[in-house]
Write a protein that binds this ligand. Structure first.
Ligand SMILES: NC(=O)c1ccc[n+]([C@@H]2O[C@H](COP(=O)([O-])OP(=O)(O)OC[C@H]3O[C@@H](n4cnc5c(N)ncnc54)[C@H](O)[C@@H]3O)[C@@H](O)[C@H]2O)c1
Length: 430
């Protein structure tokens, strides 16, 4: 049988995700995905994409507007710009007739999320959100067990995301997702994967949500006495501080420092360049003296329409990055830790525990990056299927849960999800 053609894609935003994840997947699986055009203002990144994918000058653009002003150049557009720059290129790409693979979160505001999903539905194009974890082998196995009925009727789900303290400090205190002016709340910016998993595993719609959380640790009040603005300015607690930027960012050699998170400090990985980055850029700042307002611990409690109850908590002070789950049904219980690839299934009335080891590496999100691209390619090839058209709205459910939880937390009350959905749809003119 003849192999299907590779799906062609125009990449909008050739940063970490655009170039390395989606570009990388295209290079690793040329039978699935072929990059045929790129929009990226940074000349070095644009040129790198041109070299890596053999693109001629006519396929390179400084800005998404130029690329999308042209008649459609590919089957799909991969929108991998930063969080606040998703909506306009996604809407323009859908209007041009592209299927869209859009990075998460859809947008930092719920109304914009609804607008993008509504636009995809109106255009009859596939909208795939970058929820990579549901495409990892680990969570696919979890979903398979839950839907197989082996746990009986599932009534309770607990998910936890433990964000390593270094990661919290890098991205949500010093870095790109540190405050509401430049990024979505942490439930969206970091944990929209987990909320997506929750809705997917619950197989029901959220009905009511409550939430508590604060920014407690990374605040000016917690700054050690005498701590200067930057770790490079001779801090008295430098040796004992877990967040000393000098040790963390200048410690590794140039090869490791060429990768994330060090690449955020300086695109040039040399120690001199990284030191200059710490002296002048955001990553050298004392974690207690930043312009951050992102919560560092939060709890979400959800009641689903079918009576299932669930909790999700995000921990911003974790010693180790991990995601933990416990799912209980009336016949069994499933426990798991993503980073260890461990799943344990116990059934009521039995003292036996079944253990499974699911291989996977945190690089590439435990296979989720590759799984997401393979899934997207598959649904684009099966263009006409109704199933694929619902994926944008399904992704929206997890996002709306996060926004509703934020409202519940801010207002100190329980939010009814149905009313929240209707309000957002009306505001978006849907
Ligand atoms: N799915 C996941 O697990 C996952 C993981 C990490 C990041 N993300 C998300 O992916 C997105 C991209 O993240 P990143 O780390 O690659 O960011 P990045 O900053 O490395 O890349 C964004 C790129 O967009 C480019 N850009 C800016 N303006 C542009 C314009 N007008 N036209 C075209 N390109 C433009 C920038 O120059 C940059 O190269 C973010 O929304 C982020 O939250 C998702």
């Amino acid at each position: 049988m003849a192999q299907p053609e590779a799906v062609t894609a125009a990449v909008i935003g050739a940063g970490l995700r655009g170039r390395f994840t989606y570009g990388g997947q295209a290079l690793a699986h040329p039978d699935q995905l072929r990059i045929v055009a790129v929009a990226e203002p940074d000349a070095a990144r644009r040129d790198a994409m041109a070299r890596e994918h053999g693109l001629a000058a006519g396929a390179l653009f400084d800005d998404w507007r130029e690329l999308l002003a042209r008649p459609r150049l590919a089957d799909a557009a991969v929108v991998a710009t930063s969080d606040t720059l998703h909506v306009a290129p996604a809407l323009a790409a859908l209007a041009r007739g592209y299927h869209v693979l859009l990075e998460k979160p859809i947008a930092p505001e719920p109304v914009d999320c609804e607008r993008v999903v509504g636009a995809a539905e109106k255009a009859g194009r596939i909208l795939q959100i970058g929820h990579v974890l549901r495409h990892s082998a680990f969570y696919r196995r979890v979903h398979e067990i839950v839907t197989s009925g082996r746990l009986g009727r599932v009534w309770q789900i607990e998910l936890e995301e433990h964000v390593g303290a270094w990661h919290m400090a890098h991205s949500f205190v010093r870095g790109r997702f540190r405050n509401r002016e430049i990024a979505a709340p942490i439930l969206l910016a970091k944990s929209c994967h987990d909320l997506d998993l929750l809705v997917w595993l619950a197989q029901s719609r959220p009905a009511r949500v409550a939430s508590f959380g604060r920014l407690s640790g990374y605040t000016k009040e917690r700054a050690p006495q005498g701590a200067p603005e930057r770790c490079t300015q001779g801090c008295p607690v430098q040796a004992s501080c877990a967040h000393d930027a000098v040790r963390f960012y200048l410690g590794p050699g140039d090869t490791i420092a060429a990768g994330w998170p060090w690449s955020d400090v300086s695109p040039d990985p040399s120690r001199e360049a990284r030191r200059r980055g710490l002296e002048t850029g955001p990553y050298g700042r004392c974690v207690y003296r930043c312009d951050n307002d992102v919560l560092d611990h939060q709890l979400v409690a959800v009641e689903f329409e079918d009576g299932l109850t669930a909790s999700f908590s995000v921990h911003g002070f974790a010693a180790h990055e991990s995601r933990v789950l416990r799912i209980t049904g009336d016949q069994g219980e499933l426990r798991g830790v993503l980073e260890r690839g461990e799943l344990e299934l116990s059934r009521q009335g039995s003292f036996e525990t079944e253990r499974e080891q699911i291989p996977g590496s945190p690089l590439g999100h435990f296979g989720g990056d590759a799984g997401l691209v393979a899934h997207f390619v598959d649904v684009v090839r099966r263009d006409a299927s109704q199933e694929v058209r619902v994926s944008g709205r399904e992704a929206l459910e997890g996002h709306l849960l996060g926004f509703a939880a934020e409202r519940a937390r801010e207002q100190g009350r329980v939010v009814e999800c149905d009313g929240f959905r209707r309000e957002i749809a009306a505001a978006a003119g849907a």
